[in-house]
Structures are given as structure tokens and as C-alpha cells.
Design a protein around this ligand. Sequence first.
Ligand SMILES: Nc1ncnc2c1ncn2[C@@H]1O[C@H](COP(=O)(O)OP(=O)(O)OP(=O)(O)O)[C@@H](O)[C@H]1O
Length: 217
Amino acid sequence: MLQATNIHKSYGALQVLKGIDLTIQQGEVVSIVGASGAGKSTLLHILGTLDSADQGEVRFSGQLVNNFNSNQLARFRNQHIGFIFQFHNLLPEFTAHENVCLPGFLANTPEDEVKHRAANLLKMLNLGHRLDHKPSEMSGGEQQRTAVARALINSPEIIFADEPSGNLDSANAQELHEIFFRLRAELNQTFVIITHNEQLANMADRKLVMKDGFILS
Ligand SMILES: Nc1ncnc2c1ncn2[C@@H]1O[C@H](COP(=O)(O)OP(=O)(O)OP(=O)(O)O)[C@@H](O)[C@H]1O
């Protein structure tokens, strides 16, 4: 469902990605590991259309996104891609339910449908009792699970996660990792996950090791 070909990216004289080829199938959980500075986040941002490559192509289900303008990209991301970052980036003045609803409203999905779906997702992630809580009224694990629900609200084809459990204690990290695999089992959800957590990296269907701008395996 995702195909990246010959991706190159430099920042000034620094060549960060030197020709990455990568294909991700629907329902796969793929982890990306590698030393700090290896280019993992840069690659994830390019795959997720948050940044553009200097050279190479990114296709989703055959559709080339390289030439999309910024409005087209924003719409494409909102409808097809979910993101989870190390820090949840929830809006502090909104409740968990409102935070999850927001990308659904931006996609112009009918309001009732969005609200119903957001509540169901939060319940599915064991947050049925936290719908009306603001981020500051939730634990770190609950905040991150809310971010997972937000990533799922528009039924994305793929979710990109950058160090999703990097800010969690081991019990919450493990719960989050189990959720990823439950979502794959129940929804055939596709994930590409950058992680320094060895357990998560090894649970994935494929573990990609990045070094010096290339994928080693
Ligand atoms: N916007 C930018 N401008 C200049 N250099 C950048 C920029 N973004 C990243 N870099 C550099 O590119 C290299 C790769 O960064 P990247 O964040 O992709 O690495 P990473 O493998 O994700 O590292 P980490 O595990 O520490 O998050 C680093 O040397 C970084 O300093």
C-alpha cells in the first residue's frame, strides 16, 4: 500500500537519506531502528508527506504524492494517514473526546458520526471513563492512548509513530504496544513505528535497521 523509491534527502552538505527503497503492505507492522541521527525521523516525515524528498517517489496505493500542493497534501494526510509522536500533542483546553473528534470534523464527516466514532474508539482503548477529561487530568499512558484514538478517527490506511512509547514507563509502554497489535488484529491496521524499545522493535513483522542514510535490512 506504500511504496517509496530511491528517497534522497540532504540538509545542506549533510546527506541524511542516500537512496531508500521501501514497500509496506496493508496490515504490516514495521519497526525502524538505528542510532540517533541515522535519519529515521527524516524518513518517517517524508513517508508521511510532512516533508518532501530531494529525489525519489512516495506512492500510496499507486498514487504518487510528490506533486501534490500543500492543500492537497493536508487533505490527503487528514484522510489517509495517522500520526503518533513521542509527546501526545493533545490540545490542552479540549477534552479527550473533543481532541479525538477534531480531525474528523476537519474531514467534514457528519458531526454525529464523528462523535459516536470518537467515543467508541476511546472506549476500545479503555478510556470510556475519561471522555470528558482534559489532557492535564489524565495519566501519561491515558494521554498517549487518546493520541492513538485521534490517529484512528478517520480510519487511516497507515499510522506512522515516532517513538510512541519513548515518554512512557514500562507498564504503559507495554500496554500501548499491545494496543498496536490488537488494532492490527482487529482492524488490519498498518503501522510504521520508529522505536528505541527493543521489545517493540522485535515484535514487529519486519525490523528495518537504518545506518548512514541507508536501510541495512
Ligand atoms: N531540519 C533540519 N535541518 C538540518 N538538519 C537536520 C534537520 N532535520 C534533521 N537534521 C539532521 O539530520 C540527521 C538525521 O536526523 P533524524 O532526526 O532523521 O535522525 P533520527 O535517526 O530520527 O535520530 P533520533 O533517534 O535521535 O531521533 C541528524 O544529523 C539531524 O541533525
